[in-house]
Design a protein around this ligand. Structure first.
Ligand code: SAM
Length: 264
């Protein structure tokens, strides 16, 4: 794959996020966009780390509750721990399908594809805005038993689906063929915590050609419509089954709501 395919001259969501998490899989254009965001919202890395910890807590919780199949849509670049490492630590037989449409994530997918348990890990290069290409894919059909529950995790990705009706469609299509007991995990960008500076960072994404939107708590609750929202409902991610580390985090620093709901 060439630098042209990777579009290294323009920022990409996965690479900005990687940079803000302290990773090295990013380019000058990503770092410049991130620097602009940090001018407005210097605590963005705190938020992103809290988001990763949320992912790990939820996946651990669901695996302990018996879920063995995870469809992670909008995976991002490999980081520590990756979702399959968390799931397979609890349940070695867990099966994970990762989905992303970023070419650099595809390049790095090999690092994601090493199961740490006896289960499996697959990677699908697909655009979630065409959810049927995800849910009807060979990766999903071959990896999962759709008669058994699946957890669909959309972690910090729906901010790039700016149209609410499309976001609704994506969720509905992904959940429709799944068995009762399946879970939807969402973490969704908000600026409710920081209405002054937060919108500037959302604007910076858009100005750099990465479409992004922030949603209110009510907006996130709407995305869970038709499913049974588990306690504590939609909360800033560091409030969802918080650890001591999460309890130290300042509410104003966290730009992400999270929640989990189940299919009846
Ligand atoms: C901010 S990162 C979040 C990564 C990871 N889920 C996390 O929370 O740590 C957003 C990811 O969603 C991916 N993404 C954005 N739009 C997408 C789309 N239409 N289809 C598939 N993936 C998409 C990006 O490439 C990026 O890897």
């Amino acid at each position: 794959m060439s630098a042209g395919d990777l579009q290294v001259d323009r920022p990409h969501s996965a690479r900005i996020y990687d940079f803000l998490l302290g990773g090295r899989d990013n380019f000058e254009a990503d770092r410049q966009a991130a620097a602009k965001m940090l001018e407005h919202t210097p605590n963005l890395p705190v938020s992103m780390k809290a988001n990763r910890r949320f992912m790990a807590r939820v996946v651990r919780h669901l695996a302990r509750g018996g879920i063995r199949q995870f469809l992670d849509v909008g995976t991002g670049l490999p980081t520590k721990p990756n979702l399959h490492e968390v799931a397979q630590e609890v349940a070695p037989d867990a099966r994970v399908v990762y989905v992303d449409n970023d070419p650099l994530v595809l390049v790095h997918a090999r690092a994601l594809l090493t199961p740490t348990g006896t289960g499996s890990v697959a990677y699908l290069d697909a655009d979630l805005r065409e959810p049927e290409t995800v849910i009807e894919s060979d990766a999903v059909v071959k990896s999962f038993d759709l008669a058994q529950p699946v957890a669909v995790t959309l972690i910090a990705v729906l901010q790039h689906v700016t149209d609410d009706a499309l976001a609704r469609h994506v969720i509905d299509e992904l959940m429709a063929p799944l068995a009762a007991g399946s879970a939807l995990v969402l973490s969704v960008v908000t600026v409710d915590n920081d209405p002054d500076a937060g919108p500037e960072t959302v604007r910076t994404y858009n100005q750099h050609g990465v479409p992004a939107v922030a949603r209110s708590r009510a907006g996130v609750e709407t995305l869970f419509g038709g499913l049974e929202l588990a306690e504590p409902g939609v909360v800033p991610v560091h409030h969802w089954q918080p650890t001591d580390e999460d309890r130290q985090v300042d509410d104003a620093s966290v730009y992400v709501y999270g929640g989990v709901a189940f299919k009846k």
